[in-house]
Design a protein around this ligand. Structure first.
Ligand code: KIV
Length: 267
């Protein structure tokens, strides 16, 4: 049965930890669904992982819809969350409503995610009231990279920590069904998880969060560049891809591939 937003709160009540992974394409979504990953996030991180941009700022709603649709088709059992990209909700509540609506109507995701507090709190209230479930995202919110002056741990000072806690509480109060906490000190992750009745989903927010999320390329060892402190690589698929491609190239040049078992007969 397909996971829904109520399941996440139930798991929190039962003290059952859960996982979320990013996915951007049909094939990967199928494997993650087979693995029983309950929540898949079509993250705007696809800007860096799939499209090769230096950050997430150039990602458009059309990019997101195309990838989200593929993930939905590949993962019939998971709850699929579409990440609202930069400028999809920044100018007005109307934009937020229209673009979140597109996600549900065109890609058929079950929920959307938005970064930040402030005006996003009111957008969350409005979307929730229209039947569009919203996941919040606080701490190191990547679309704020220029404001933060880089990808830095957030919530280290008492004041900053209180601000994140206040935003988290406000998002919960207006109906957010879960909140991602990214790159914040573990004690803050713990305080937020204890203060909220909706689940927190941590990425670099310590072990006390109700769920944990990783970017799929990081988990699979497909990121040849900097790997963040909070990542554990559960496989080395980058090395496996390189070795397989080298072997194929070598075999073709040596005449070792194809061999008779790969050939078609005339009739
Ligand atoms: O876009 C993304 O992948 C995310 C996760 C890091 C939570 O927002």
């Amino acid at each position: 049965m397909t996971v829904n937003v109520r399941d996440l709160r139930k798991w929190k009540t039962e003290g059952k930890k859960f996982t979320m992974l990013t996915a951007y394409d049909y094939t990967t979504a199928r494997w993650l669904d087979r693995a029983g990953i309950p929540v898949l996030l079509v993250g705007d991180s696809l800007g860096t992982t799939m499209l090769g941009y230096p950050d997430t700022l150039s990602v458009t709603m059309d990019d997101m819809i195309r990838h989200a649709g593929a993930v939905v088709r590949g993962a019939p059992n998971a709850l699929i969350v579409g990440d609202m990209p930069f400028m999809a909700y920044h100018a007005s509540a109307d934009d937020a409503i229209r673009n979140a609506g597109r996600f549900l109507q065109e890609a058929r995701v079950q929920a959307v995610k938005m970064e930040g507090g402030g005006r996003v709190i009111d957008y969350t209230r409005q979307l929730t009231a229209m039947g569009i479930p919203v996941m919040g995202h606080l701490g190191l919110t990547p679309t704020f990279v220029n404001q933060f002056g880089g990808y830095r741990v957030q919530g280290r000072s008492d004041e900053a920590a209180e601000r994140i806690l206040d935003d988290a509480k406000a998002l919960e109060d207006v109906g957010a069904f879960a909140i991602v906490l990214e790159a914040v000190p573990s004690p803050l992750g713990q305080r937020a998880s204890e203060a909220l009745t909706v689940p927190t989903i941590g990425i670099g927010a310590g072990p006390h969060c109700d769920g944990q999320v990783l970017v799929i390329q990081d988990l699979l060892g497909l990121n040849p560049d900097h790997v963040a402190k909070f990542v554990r690589e559960y496989a080395k698929l980058g090395d496996a891809i390189e070795a397989a491609a080298r072997q194929f190239d070598h075999d073709v040049r040596d005449g070792a591939f194809p061999t008779p078992e790969h050939e078609y007969s005339a009739r």
